[in-house]
Design a protein around this ligand. Sequence first.
Ligand code: GAP
Length: 446
Amino acid sequence: MENQQGATPDRMQDIISLCKRRGFIFPNSEIYGGLNAVFDYGPLGVEFKNNVKRAWWEAMTRMRDDVVGLDGGILMARRIWQASGHEEVFTDPMVDCTNCKKRFRADHVIEDFGDLSTCPNCGLKGTLTEPRQFNLMFKTFMGPVEEDAAMVYLRPETAQSIYVNFQSVQASMRKRLPFGIAQIGKAFRNEISPGNFTYRTREFEQMEMQYFIPPEQEQQWFDYWRAQRWQWYLDLGMTESHLMWHTHDAKELAHYARAAVDVYYEFPFGFKEIEGIHDRTDWDLRRHTEFSGKDLSYFDDQEKRRYIPFIIETSVGADRSTLAFLCDAYHEEEVEGDKRVVLRLHKRLAPVKVAVMPLSKKEGLVELAHAVHDGIRSVGMTQYDETGGAIGRRYRRQDEIGTPFCVTVDFQSLEDNQVTIRERDSMAQRRVAIPELRAILAAELA
Ligand code: GAP
């Protein structure tokens, strides 16, 4: 079945294969047979994901006066997860097939097949068990003794360390409401049915921002952050028609949310959530006040009133949004009778910004190409391509990893001190003087 992008689920296989072949993403523990639903980012993947995280951090903190950063621990006191409600209700309904022994999320089976009468794997009727609630938090132990009192959870969301640090941040940074705290970090969920590559994994990264507001400003800031977050994707080149809003109905709302909207992206496997914007009311700070015995209310010294702040949360998966940017950038086209695969990534997201290549390995060219490369390193991540072979094939390899510019040093360069800049999307080429190259590329990549 085709979706709007003309992309079939086979397109996902093309993307997964490119990720492996070109050093973006590898299966975790692969030489030992792999660890289900965990992935490792290779040399290009780590650059790409870091660029997504940097773009988020800049938009959410550095370009604003009202949001500051935090980097909390993955391990936190168990009591936090009792206060947050996660220990009690962070569960998914699970069913097992008594025939093929596969395990599924009951709500996913119902969503896809209408009811629980048939096993989606072996196709037998009446083999699925009654749904049971399964808590998604990973457990581990602090210290040498594996006893209940030493049990701690790996955080399933980064948000809670922001709430429990709310007062320390507010007091140390002398912040007045409204203001926000942003964090990027690992989160862990023992998902029952992970899948679709890095879309749903058991270890992933979140980019979350909690905005603390007076209660009566709930709707205004919910609408504001909705608009801001939509625009972020567009600013990074996401195709708007591949995005849509999904509003949670009462059944879907998380236990902490009064209202929630998701940004959905149209992956080759369908429209799926990449980000949530949640109105969490005063649920979190009120619960932490109750459970810790510490008063987390805020005193507004201008209005002379004390209240528990409400919170508007924006929460996006770094891995999921990276995958969405990757899917959106992936294009196959025909150029002079050949297939060209090109990642039309926004320049800020491309893992390699410029590749420098000598036309041949002949004497003189390699030295000059190295000197040209050294002269432009400061514009961003660069690559020196010494693989040799036809220049067209080397351009294609750079297209496949989304490199916006290639710089070619040829025999004429030895005479006129000029090189060729080749642009990824248009494939247009122009000659520029080597002394001006760095400034030209810096301006193009700004
Ligand atoms: N603090 C709120 C929160 O965690 P969520 O909707 O459960 O809300 C937010 O998660 C985002 O985290 C999702 O939109 C998604 O991008 C990412 N995410 C959640 N579970 C994930 C998983 N198993 N694998 C990859 N990303 C995940």
